[in-house]
Design a protein around this ligand. Sequence first.
Ligand code: ATP
Ligand code: MG
Length: 544
Amino acid sequence: GFCSQTTTFHSLRPPVPLPPPTMPLSLSSYTLSLLQHSSTSTTTPFLIDFATGRRLLYSDFLRQTKSLSLSLQASFPSLSKNDVALILSPTSLHLPVLHFSLLSLGITISPANPLSTQSELTHLIRLSNPVIAFATTTSSHNLPFSLPLGTVLLDSPEFESMISDSVIESDCKPNRVVNVNQSDSAAILYSSGTTGRVKGVELTHRNFIALIAGIHHQSRIEIEENAAAAEPAVSLMILPLFHVFGFFMMIAAAAMGETLVLMERFDFEGMLRAVEEYKVNYMPVSPPLVVALAKSEVAAKYNLTSLRLLGCGGAPLGKEVSQRFTAKFPNVEIVQGYGLTETGGGATGMTGPDESKQFGSVGRLAENMEAKIVDPTTGAALPAAQRGELWLRGPTVMKGYVGDDEATAATLDQEGWLKTGDLCYFDSHGFLYIVDRLKELIKYKAYQVPPVELEQLLQSNPEIADAAVIPYPDEEAGQIPMAFVVRKPGSNISEAQIIDFIARQVAPYKKIRRVAFINSIPKSPAGKILRRELTNHALSGASS
Ligand code: ATP
Ligand code: MG
């Protein structure tokens, strides 16, 4: 429970049974076994490419995955279990095929942002030590050097022939059998690098099996409760597949037999068109998109009645914005979740309309997850309602950071607790609230100011399109809160008006004391504000 005495909190959801941990099982076979038991037929489209309209039916997907596994074994006899494959590609119909094929061979997938620079890639390669790269003609140019087994180009005729049916027909040799253990690593995903150098997060097949088991269990309950939902759902993927959120949602879509519409290049109206055209029911999104929809006028031009659910996570979503969104789209439920690359996906979430009305919260602990709230100075575990660092433990928590034992030791303790670095509290009903990252708190005199709180207030101002708050060095106070503001088109809101707007709503120590105007707020592909970039910008004097 979440009463005032407890200091280790357990998920309130019934435990979800997992396969015995020592049973050999890969994430791909587990996912496909769930698919077989769903009501999806092989003629249901799994993937639709929004730009070209091309579709991949479940039957195509299964055949291509098998062909590719055979082809990879034939072309790269030395490629073996636990080798790492770097994947450097924008979203495409080929990526899920590639992911499942590599997973079934026990090869660790390591997807990175295809726009990474050479020096960024050098860092990632040093961490995860890949033997082979899968890239596109364009993204392959960013590779700083070639890997031992070279690069396979996903947009080449060679790759087309590797996934073609003729591989299965001509090759009568069975797949070399690879026994994948759940404890083998499935993926090395890179953290967003918001607080420092990017880390390579090593996640096992078991980690993802536990995540998929949870989400699958939940969807079964919903289908039983609502017979009308038994039709395969249509999801739209506007998130990149290399970030943990998109990566995991892609696998989850296959487990549930959904149709997934892929958008390689995000554009706002394109997204609205995709929802209308494919009658999209569900979209995993990051908070900036909810803000954009809540403030959008153009959305009214599209028929979005099919849309039922937005799953929002990855960065803070303000209460005000959620409420405004809900007022504008009363038939769309926003479900918030919180997670880290280190938990492979959502560590908390919301299920059902009662939970999703807890605006401002990130939901309740996921199945099989435990948590503590730890006083960052004394190390004491605190009861509900008190603020401290969130620690998490459960079957989805990573194995560690690759190539960085020091960071692993600082983040995972002997008992398996993951220190999230996030300042949080639980209410007495088990809802979690994220105050801010510990590392990003602004230290004004003896006080701590969470920039997120000020950003959300700024965003509630109708004259402000977007905003970010950073610590600005100050001789007397140490740091002062400084706002970067994007004005709404046509607005002339001034620095003094902004300072006053905030001052009227917060305690004096939280006041914004400096404002700069900017055209857009730099964000990561997963929607996180890149405060360090803004800090550098402010310090270089470019803003004043
Ligand atoms: P790095 O660890 O490299 O500095 P990062 O922490 O931003 O980067 P991710 O793993 O992508 O990399 O993000 C996890 C973090 O995102 C969490 O620790 C938390 O701070 C934030 N986060 C995720 N979901 C939410 C949410 N729903 N609300 C608020 N913050 C969230
Ligand atoms: Mg992090």
